[in-house]
Design a protein. Structure first.
Length: 335
């Protein structure tokens, strides 16, 4: 048997106590928490991946998870779901908000009844939630989109943005940063001619793409910072005479964009892993609902396979930087 000196033995004891300490933080989540995910809309593949990530996490910590939500991303379409979840006394609501302000009174009512509210993907005004799990720093997403489209259109010419809904908090914040980036002298030959809204509806985004190409015959690129918009724009361009002439980029899932990268319609686009976003949001909600964190800046919690995460300013938790996908790496991703 291994014999240890007094000092070595106490080092081992310390290590054991430390190990017990770290497991205690992992076990700080109560079992059986009822956590409901409310996506922007239920039929959007991006949101489905995010929600599945959330359900995976909830399973890990033995909670009781579900996904409920509207079929359109309209400003008030989530209100009735919030009200039902409040009546059901869920422990936490994790929501990708379709509007910064419209939901606040209802989410406040939920919080007043002890329900924890975490926004993810798309935030409300801070009064509507305790935490916001953001996919990446909003400024770097917005600036990154302009840097990418500038490269694709050779730094000059007209381009348009095809966004989601006019009230989507996430897209509006990113667009604000895109416009900020555009003020730099290196983009002086680029002109943003229009911001169109496809409402995160495939058909509307398709028709809006067609409209942009007709209205702006000199258009050199479309940037769609929405997974629904970029896929619809790429589908339109892929079978039109604009293929190879008008660049399509923005934010999309590799699985939805793969065919368009392979056929040359899309050269490059960006995203993060939506599954990890939902996973992180579920851990944040569970830690909040277990009383392990209160939502204050500087508090940390254990987020399962994503490791320790820390709450930043204004209750924001950031997943990580986005990835740029192109023909060279797209096959390494499957989501
Ligand atoms: C759409 C939604 C979502 C956004 C992604 C990039 O699926 O608008 O909120 O984060 O695109």
């Amino acid at each position: 048997m291994l014999k240890l000196s007094g000092r070595a033995a106490s080092a081992v004891l310390c290590a054991m106590l430390f190990a017990i300490g770290t497991t205690a933080s992992a076990a700080s989540i109560k079992e059986g928490l009822k956590i409901a995910f409310v996506p922007k809309q239920i039929n959007n593949p991006y949101e489905v991946i995010a929600d599945n990530g959330g359900m995976e996490a909830i399973k890990e910590f033995k909670g009781d998870g579900k996904v409920v939500g509207p079929s359109d991303a309209g400003a008030s379409s989530q209100v009735s779901y919030i009200n039902t979840l409040t009546t059901q006394r869920q422990n936490a609501i994790v929501i990708a908000a379709n509007d910064a302000n419209a939901l606040v009174p209802y989410l406040k009512r939920a919080m007043a009844q002890g329900i924890k509210v975490v926004t993810f993907d798309s935030d409300t005004a801070p009064a509507g939630r305790q935490l916001f799990v953001n996919q990446a720093n909003a400024e770097s997403i917005g600036r990154g989109q302009i840097q990418l489209v500038s490269k694709l259109m050779g730094g000059e010419g007209e381009f348009a943005i095809l966004s989601a809904t006019p009230n989507a908090t996430n897209q509006n914040t990113w667009i604000k940063w895109m416009q900020e980036e555009l003020k730099k002298p290196e983009y002086s030959k680029m002109k943003l001619v229009k911001i169109a809204y496809g409402n995160d509806d495939d058909q509307k985004s398709f028709v809006e793409t067609q409209g942009l190409l007709q209205a702006y015959p000199n258009l050199k690129a479309i940037v769609a910072p929405t997974s629904v918009g970029i896929a619809a724009a790429a589908r339109y361009i892929a079978s039109s005479p604009y293929k190879g002439k008008v660049a399509v980029t923005g934010l999309g899932t590799p699985n939805q964009m793969r065919a368009f990268v392979k056929d040359g319609t899309v050269k490059a686009f960006q995203l993060w892993d939506p599954g990890q976003l939902g996973y992180l949001a579920a851990y944040a909600a569970a830690n909040l609902a277990s009383g392990a964190i209160t939502g204050k800046e500087g508090e940390s919690f254990d987020a399962g396979k994503l490791g320790k995460r820390t709450i930043g300013k204004d209750g924001e938790i950031i997943l990580g930087p986005p990835t740029t996908f192109d023909a060279s790496n797209i096959d390494n991703f499957n989501f």
